[in-house]
Design a protein around this ligand. Sequence first.
Ligand code: NPW
Ligand code: ADP
Ligand code: K
Length: 526
Amino acid sequence: MLNAWTGAQIRAAEAPRLDAGAGDALMRRAAHGLAGAALALLDARRRPRYGARVVALAGSGNNGGDALWAAALLARRGLRPAAILVADRAHEPGLADVHAAGGDVVRLADDDASTDAARRLLADADVVIDGILGTGASGGLREPAAGLAAHLEDLRRTGVVTVLACDIASGIDADTGEAPGEHVTADATATFGGAKVGHLAGAGEAARGTLTVVPLGIEADLPDPDLRRLQTAELRALWPTPARSAQKYSRGVLGVVAGSAQYPGAALLTTAAAAAAGVGMVRYLGPEAVGGLINARTPDAVCSAQQPGDVHVQAWLVGPGTNDDEAQLDRVRTALAAAVRTGTPAVVDAGGMSVLPEQGAAHLVLTPHAGELARLLSDRHAADGAAVERSDVEARPLHHARLAARITGCTVLLKGATTLVAGPDGTAFSQADATPWLSTAGSGDVLAGILGAVLAGVAEHPRAFDDRGLGGDVRWAAAAAVAASLHGRAGRTAARDPEGTGAGGPIHATAVIDALAAAVRDVLAG
Ligand SMILES: NC(=O)C1=CN([C@@H]2O[C@H](COP(=O)(O)OP(=O)(O)OC[C@H]3O[C@@H](n4cnc5c(N)ncnc54)[C@H](OP(=O)(O)O)[C@@H]3O)[C@@H](O)[C@H]2O)[C@@H](O)CC1
Ligand SMILES: Nc1ncnc2c1ncn2[C@@H]1O[C@H](COP(=O)(O)OP(=O)(O)O)[C@@H](O)[C@H]1O
Ligand SMILES: [K+]
């Protein structure tokens, strides 16, 4: 599990040590970790350490102090240190050490001469340590730092310099991952004491590069994390693997209300994905014509035009492709009412979100993309009557996912390059296991099918969640994170993009279904 905390949580854990006068010692430890990360970056890029130019960008706070101290430490390893001070104050002991190491120092102001001098230093740099702002920042980067950050990004993108962020890329909010304005983009980040929420959400995910956590000795005092990311070990433990004595009913029956005579595709994709994910049985409820099409692709699905009240299932999947079909929407309403009454978990996708019960529950998992979440929040007057736009959700994804979970009382899975899951109690997960090739029509239907299969299996595996501190209502959010991760991994497998960088090539939704078994096998094999 990769856990992430807010700046306030980290500061609270540090507070007793700061009160005991250990602040400098903590900063020295941070600077040491930062210097090590700078050397590792040079090594990874096969650039010689000796004579390499390291430039610290230093703001007025301790983040700047860390960067200055790291640059001074690197002078002892043969690097040529320099500093660009972007505020009118700088961490005095750090600056003194850079001077003592013979480093060049430029103080950036709003004039051409200092801007030119700063740019000359950057153009000569091998590694730039971004210590402009850390967890003490409020709002976006201000000038002149904002202009320098934009220039730095031009140099980074064209391979002139490598950027190492101190704690967090400056301009990214450590508590949310939001970027209110210009921000630094890093090739790597060394963070202190624990990952920050801003590394795993919003613009912060793409701005951080490779993340290294430098221990500060405060780890035992950290509270429950604010945001979590499941990794292979958790996926292996939480994936619904059949017991020796399993039979189809014990593995879980998934009731699916999806598609319509006019839009059968969503029904085909969701049922095929659920079957491929290894659910015990899929029971499809809908028009006969759609059932026929489903059986041509997925003969193992049991299709009928029954009503939800007539079937016994362990989980529901409702809503994909049902928008324009009143009979299907009626089935969706009935299934959701039954789910709330009986505590049966349900995936509520697409059209299903327009017929939510008044009183939601954590075991109903909504799966909107940013546009659908904006509509849902607008319909619920979440912004005091003002419309919420897709761009609002994209700019502040974690905030809006949590807001929607609180307002609806349901678990909310917000789809995107990073998928965020929020429970109504504020518990949140972030998964970034996908590939941009997954952004294709029908990909969301496949995710809904996988999630349906996972939810149908949860009842059989309560201990797996309890044993990892993911019991109670948190299990629904955790199950959604499991599904998002496997969906992303299947996408990577299908696209042949193992790192999720956009390498490989195009895929369509059915290719993701076909790759799912291999992705699950990889996870189970560790
Ligand atoms: N705590 C510890 O023990 C340890 C902490 N550690 C390190 O400390 C870092 C946190 O340090 P910090 O608290 O000094 O805050 P930091 O982010 O450097 O900046 C605050 C300063 O910036 C300014 N400022 C604010 N917003 C701004 C903006 N938008 N644009 C421009 N300026 C802005 C603001 O001044 P203002 O101008 O607003 O008065 C304020 O003075 C943390 O990330 C980690 O690296 C490690 O060494 C381990 C031990
Ligand atoms: N840029 C991206 N990188 C990785 N995954 C993405 C990206 N864009 C979308 N996805 C994933 O693809 C799926 C798209 O879902 P959705 O928008 O509902 O598509 P549809 O409604 O056509 O099925 C989601 O699981 C989402 O997380
Ligand atoms: K920083």
